[in-house]
Design a protein around this ligand. Structure first.
Ligand SMILES: C[S@@+](CC[C@H](N)C(=O)[O-])C[C@H]1O[C@@H](n2cnc3c(N)ncnc32)[C@H](O)[C@@H]1O
Ligand code: SF4
Length: 406
């Protein structure tokens, strides 16, 4: 025999602001179960640590939440003492990694890039500095966004100012701007890592995706960078490979990796299929719309070949381990359902923080790193509630279409 405990009062005493989002994307039918308090068939499990009596914590509890009676319940053995505390703040470690979008401008016009449809602008250097002031514990910044970071005219002064504060800088680049002078500055600024996006080893296929891109120029730039860095004894930047594949290039991953290695690339970062999120899809041209039917097959091919690619080039996780960049904070996984436990902080060019790099619209005015400290943002009740929902796989509408919601 088991007894249902009504946790609602304890839940609200411990953290009333953590509530499943009533507008979240619907859960799959097998996720639902019967609420033991009102018999609604629409209850679903969430993850929390639960304390029975004075001191007995269960760190693997799955209370039910019912959207009809709005109560939390937990079924336990009859001899268990009453539940006296609940902790559902399980998602967050203190982030030490910040993604800053330096610019939305670019010299390429990749057909799948939302940056081409955004206002074209650069971050103001004073806003960049304010961000660092407001996040004094940041250890690594990724200067990455929907544009080409090296096009920002103050890229190197900003990178040096971050470095002077002891912050590691990493970037993702289209690899088109590696002139001799940019290469020297990249080495002198000790940019720790540059991920270079390459979608094909065939110049025509490359240009088909990365419109205005010249693959041979990218290869030559990588060779120059590697040669200069090694000749002058610089440890950085380490050079990585990433890219996006399509139905017409889904089998090319391993040949791209082999060719990139030949030109001096030394780390395998990742490849991805076309982004299926509802907020991205409308910008794709006709050909891109046809690609949507293929993304599952492309993603499968990428997963298969990525496992083999790491025999050719060491994975990015090795680089992170060597550099002390924490990728995994050893929190217990939430085994309930697909969920989002992103540990980095993402800032749009406007300073607005979002919990994921794929969310391109500001969510809450209180989450702006130009104007608020990182503690204010992280402890903001709505931020915490967003993290709570994402951690439990209760996705807000703006996540629609993301791989994790499929
Ligand atoms: C947005 S770009 C910005 C940095 C740089 N300009 C570059 O192209 O590497 C970062 C990465 O996102 C990928 N990307 C951009 N839009 C995408 C989309 N709609 N679907 C999948 N990948 C995308 C690009 O291929 C690139 O590897
Ligand atoms: S190079 Fe990068 S930022 Fe530029 S258009 Fe392509 S994906 Fe977008």
């Amino acid at each position: 025999m088991t007894t249902p405990h009504n946790l609602t009062a304890v839940w609200n005493r411990c953290h009333a602001h953590l509530q499943p989002d009533p507008a979240a994307l619907p859960l799959a039918p097998p996720e639902h179960c019967t609420c033991p308090l009102c018999d609604s068939p629409r209850a679903f499990a969430i993850t929390a640590h639960v304390r029975y009596g004075e001191a007995h914590w269960d760190h693997d509890a799955h209370p039910l939440y019912c959207p009809d009676c709005r109560q939390y319940s937990l079924t336990a053995a009859p001899d268990m003492p009453p539940v006296t505390a609940v902790n559902a703040r399980l998602w967050s470690a203190s982030p030490t990694f910040l993604n800053i979008e330096p610019t939305t401008r670019c010299n390429f016009s990749c057909w799948y890039c939302v940056g081409r449809h955004m206002r074209q602008q650069d971050i103001r250097p004073e806003d960049f500095d304010a961000m660092l002031d407001h996040f004094p514990t940041v250890e690594t910044i990724a200067l990455v966004g929907e544009g080409e970071p090296l096009l920002h005219k103050d890229f190197f002064p900003m990178a040096h100012r971050a470095k002077d504060r002891g912050i590691r800088v990493v970037i993702i680049s289209n690899g088109s701007a590696f002139s001799q002078s940019v290469i020297r500055k990249l080495c002198e600024a000790q940019i720790a890592y540059i991920g270079i996006s390459i979608d094909s080893i065939d110049p025509a296929t490359f240009a088909r995706s990365r419109i205005d891109g010249d693959l041979n120029k990218v290869w030559k730039g990588i060779e120059r960078l590697r040669a200069y860095r090694d000749r002058h004894g610089f440890r950085y930047p380490k050079i990585g490979l990433k890219g996006t594949l399509f139905s017409y290039s889904q089998d090319d991953l391993l040949s791209i990796v082999a060719e990139a290695k030949r030109h001096g690339v030394e780390i395998f970062e990742s490849f991805q299929a076309l982004n299926p999120m509802r907020t991205y899809v409308p910008i794709y041209p006709e050909e891109g719309q046809r690609e949507i039917a293929h993304i599952d097959a492309v993603a499968q091919a990428i997963a298969h070949d990525s496992a083999q690619a790491v025999a050719l080039l060491p994975p990015i996780s090795d680089f992170c381990a060597e550099e002390g960049i924490p990728l995994n904070d050893n929190l217990p996984a939430n085994g309930l359902r697909q969920h989002c436990n992103e540990k980095w902080l993402y800032s749009l060019l406007s300073g607005d923080v979002t919990p994921c790099c794929q969310i391109k619209t500001p969510i809450d005015p209180g989450w702006n790193l130009f104007h608020h400290s990182v503690e204010e943002i992280l402890t903001h009740p709505r931020y915490e509630n967003t993290r709570f929902n994402l951690w439990n796989g209760l996705f807000p509408q703006y996540c629609a279409g993301c791989w994790k919601t499929r």
